[in-house]
Design a protein around this ligand. Structure first.
Ligand code: GLY
Ligand code: MN
Length: 464
């Protein structure tokens, strides 16, 4: 188990205790999740907030911070001899807990009674909204609250405190994220080199997974790899890659400390972009690079999203795919036809960092609410950026025939959209380019080593 120093966890908990007013903070760890029968599990993943404050990456743990009595306790059971026969000799939980600055370890069975005593004495019990059903059921039992009321009862004070803290990445976290991106780079370069006409997509996908594993990592999310890049989250890898198509690879490593990379590259199956592909690709590249250049503390990410939409519509207008006033097109949401997703999101231990705590708290704020327009409604980060945020910048340009046909049938924005010319792009697919960026006062820092991105760099990588 890889850990930061005990001081890191002690300081993090201290900061949390200083932010939340009073009462008990419960942080639930994750248990194993069964796949097809009890003892056959999905890959184990600890809860990220639990990892952030208590570091221990194993199932069967919960933790409590008693703000008023300045106590921090991990609840869990030592492995029995029966367990050890199956899983081998283990370091004791007490010894692991000491490494994250915790001296008090209580048996799991005491967790419920500790909560109930605190409840009886009228203490505030702060907990996070559960995203796993087993934790929902446990909270329901421990708090004697119906399951339907558990999410509603989650502590907004605790959520806000954790979002505030976890959003600002420390130097040692950035180091982990750079490692995750560099492993991701290797995954992407190996994938690019393995792309060839006639191969199945899954043959390249296997390269992505192999490279992650060869670096003692997992994927931070299931690979999106497809010649149908216009399907935003395409997890089907059974197509044969044909000459003349583009292939989109959105995949990232989660390293041993559970920090994520989230990178997208798009490459021509043949290894060489056609002129038509180059035109669209370079629009997306310009969107990505100009968005990155404008990142700084204080700027609203929603404005960067809109500026990038405007740039895209200007360039599409030069190609004759749209016409008319670009500002008007932006406010009508026409950009959503070509980029029906947001420009990016926060990233950290979770690929969409802290999304379990509620996007409104992570990407928005009081007075800034989510649009209902196609594209903007999927913008996960809209608020002002701060020094220490790590975010993705991931513009895309897609031709989704079903969507275009629907708008056309509804005669939507016919003054602006050249539906006739768009037909020439129905088999184009889509392009997305994505990097992970640290926000600093001295300029944006693209994390990790450069990953082939320009037309020349991609073609050069695929040549050898
Ligand atoms: N990497 C997938 C996404 O950001 O939604
Ligand atoms: Mn992303």
């Amino acid at each position: 188990m890889k850990l930061f120093s005990a001081k890191t966890y002690i300081d993090r908990r201290k900061q949390l205790k200083n932010t939340v007013d009073s009462g008990l903070i419960l942080l639930l760890g994750n248990d194993e999740a069964s796949m097809n029968y009890t003892d056959n599990h999905y890959r184990y993943r600890q809860d990220s907030s639990f990892l952030y404050y208590f570091g221990l990456n194993q199932p069967g743990l919960n933790a409590l911070i008693d703000i008023d009595n300045d106590q921090e306790i991990i609840f869990g059971d030592e492995f029995t001899l029966d367990d050890i026969i199956w899983i081998g000799q283990q370091e004791t939980l007490q010894s692991k807990a000491n490494k994250v600055g915790i001296t008090k370890v209580n048996p799991t069975a005491h967790f419920e009674s500790t909560i109930k005593v605190a409840q009886k004495s009228g203490k505030a019990i702060h907990y996070l909204p559960p995203y796993r059903h087993d934790n929902l059921l446990k909270l329901s039992q421990w708090l004697s609250t119906p399951t339907t009321q558990i999410k509603i009862g989650a502590s907004v004070e605790l959520i806000k405190a954790i979002v505030k803290q976890r959003s600002i990445k420390s130097a040692e976290e950035v180091e982990q994220m750079i490692e995750a991106v560099n492993i991701t780079k290797e995954m992407h370069v190996n994938a690019m080199k393995s792309i060839a006409a006639g191969k199945y997509e899954y043959e390249v996908v296997s390269e992505i997974y192999r490279t992650a594993k060869a670096n003692n990592s997992y994927l931070a999310y299931p690979a999106i790899f497809s010649i149908n890049g216009q399907t935003l989250h395409n997890h089907y890898h059974g197509e044969i890659m044909k000459e003349g198509r583009l292939v989109l690879n959105d995949s990232g490593a989660e390293n041993a400390m559970c920090y994520s990379g989230d990178i997208t590259r798009t490459a021509p199956v043949s290894g060489v972009f056609t002129d038509k592909q180059k035109e669209i690709y370079n629009i997306v590249l310009e969107m990505e690079e100009s968005s990155i250049q404008s990142l700084k503390p204080g700027i609203q990410y929603r404005d960067i999203h809109l500026a990038s939409n405007k740039l895209m519509l200007n360039r599409l207008s030069e190609l004759g795919l749209v016409k008319g006033d670009v500002n008007e097109m932006v406010s009508l949401g026409i950009g959503g036809l070509f980029m029906p997703h947001g420009l990016g999101h926060q990233i950290g231990m979770d690929v969409h960092d802290m999304e379990d705590l509620g996007e409104q708290f992570v990407g928005y704020r009081d007075g800034l609410s989510r649009s209902t327009q196609l594209g903007l409604k999927s913008l996960r980060l809209a608020k002002e950026l701060e020094e220490g945020f790590v975010i993705t910048v991931e513009p895309g340009l897609y031709f989704v025939p079903d969507l275009i046909e629907k708008w056309k049938a509804e005669r939507k924005h016919t003054d602006f959209i050249n539906y006739e010319k768009l037909k020439e792009y129905y088999d184009f697919g889509g392009v997305r380019i994505e990097d992970d960026i640290l926000i600093t006062t001295s300029g944006p820092q693209v994390l990790g080593d450069r990953i082939p991105k320009t037309v020349d760099e991609v073609e050069e990588t695929m040549r050898f």
